[in-house]
Design a binder for this molecule. Structure first.
Ligand code: HEM
Length: 406
């Protein structure tokens, strides 16, 4: 009988064998213990992602455990009352996405490339031969944080403080039942950020080219956005692009390090960098789960779902579906069609930050390959994983920096 238990350490270490089994046996599987349907085939994930009528992103509509969690999250919300874009349905989603898309343009993203490359250079310059370089804390995590600071238009001297506020606020959106002290800290962070934004907009955001400045110039139904709305949209973007991008870099380094032939191929053919990043995202996507709620009684494949049922779309499973990707467990930086992965979702909620994530990935992998000839792990590295089955995340990846200078 099909079975799904993502709480085992072996699943967190390597979920793919269990996901393969489940997809083969029952691609839409009812997991009573989690109170959700587990969707593992590419085809069924695509069907759900493309259909906002039958499958809602407003998780407040869920019955059972998820609905209760969302209600608690709303009661505890520190971030104003507006719906987050990713958790809204059309027409509200269309309105929010429209505002952000007008500011977060391909040109804006391309304009960030020199900043991202410079930042990667600065972070990697600190890798001293002979001393292990811990990838996550020294490159993968600081890089998206620096990008958040750039979105907010924060001068370098304020960066740590402002990003600290943003991260405190982001945690309240991610974690239900935060301790009282952390909630108080988040309230203070929200007040501080609102004050920062108010000063910033008063000082003439007109000229600035940060995302916040661009959003501040946007109109929503004929009016400027309030400081609260600006904060919410900016934090939304920061939240969505922080851990995801860090883990894309971490997972990519692990995949390349474990496949020296693929690393050698990429080194020999740098034009494969773009396709290598797509393959990293296919092979080991940071976001493993996207959630939807059935809006009515319906059928998905052979399963009969009831209104309010929760669906967990297992993106890592879809990305390794043999019906879509030949020999799916093979890591192949030259794979044709790797970009059809679902690591960024699909449909109206398709990741808004995908072009920026790719810019960050290109800058990071190009520089890492140049700096570390074989991306070898430091001797004795244990690679502790976050105890999280929804995000593929290794907390520490110490790299060997080669022999110290004589
Ligand atoms: C490798 C890095 C990233 C991964 C794996 C990733 C993954 C995803 C996924 C799977 C979704 C779809 C969620 C759903 O359908 O419910 C999504 C949406 C989103 N992502 Fe990303 N993301 C990444 C980077 C970024 C970055 C850098 C940003 C911002 C600058 C960002 C902003 C967003 C936003 C705003 C949405 C919601 C879009 C909407 O609801 O219309 N993401 N992302």
């Amino acid at each position: 009988m099909a079975f799904f238990n993502p709480f085992r350490p072996s699943y967190v270490r390597d979920p793919y064998p269990a996901l393969h089994r489940l997809r083969a046996e029952e691609p839409v599987h009812r997991a009573e213990r989690i109170d959700a349907w587990i969707v593992t085939s590419y085809e069924a994930c695509v069907e759900v992602l493309r259909d906002q009528e039958r499958f809602s992103s407003d998780l407040g509509r869920a019955r059972g455990r998820l609905g209760e969690q969302v209600a608690q999250q709303h009661r505890e919300a520190v971030l104003g009352g507006g719906g987050r874009m990713v958790a809204s349905d059309p027409p509200e989603h269309t309105r929010l996405r429209g505002i952000v898309t007008r500011a977060f343009t391909p040109r804006y993203v391309e304009g960030m490339r020199p900043f991202v490359e410079e930042e990667v250079g600065r972070l990697l310059a600190a890798a001293t031969p002979g001393t292990p370089f811990e990838l996550m804390s020294r490159l993968a995590e600081p890089l998206p944080s620096a990008v958040i600071a750039a979105h907010l238009g924060t001068p370098a001297e304020d960066r740590e403080r402002v990003v600290g506020w943003a991260i405190a606020l982001m945690r309240t959106a991610l974690i239900v039942g935060l301790p009282a002290a952390e909630r108080r800290a988040a309230e203070e962070a929200r007040a501080a950020l609102l004050d920062y934004i108010a000063r910033f907009t008063a000082e003439g955001a007109g000229g600035g080219e940060s995302l916040l400045a661009r959003l501040a110039r946007e109109q929503d139904e004929g009016r400027r956005l309030t400081a609260d709305e600006l904060l919410e949209l900016t934090i939304d973007l920061a939240l969505a692009g922080n851990d995801t991008t860090a883990n894309m870099i971490g997972n990519g380094v692990l995949a390349l390090g474990a496949h020296p032939d693929q690393l050698a191929l990429l080194r020999a053919r740098p034009e494969l960098l773009g396709s290598a990043i797509e393959e990293v995202l296919r092979y080991d996507p940071p976001t493993q789960v996207v959630v939807r709620v059935a809006t009515r009684n319906l059928r998905l494949g052979r399963a009969a779902l009831a209104e309010g049922d929760t669906l967990l779309l297992m993106l890592g499973a879809a990305n390794r579906d043999p019906a879509q990707f030949e020999d799916p467990d093979r890591f192949d930086v030259a794979r044709e069609g790797a970009h059809r992965h679902l690591a960024f979702g699909l449909g109206v909620h398709f990741c808004l930050g995908a072009p920026l994530a790719r810019v960050e990935g290109e800058a990071a992998f190009a520089a890492l390959i140049a700096r570390f000839p074989d991306l070898r792990l430091a001797p004795g590295a244990t690679l502790p994983r976050a105890n999280d089955w929804m995000m593929r995340s290794v907390r520490e990846i110490p790299l060997d920096t080669g022999a110290p200078p004589a």
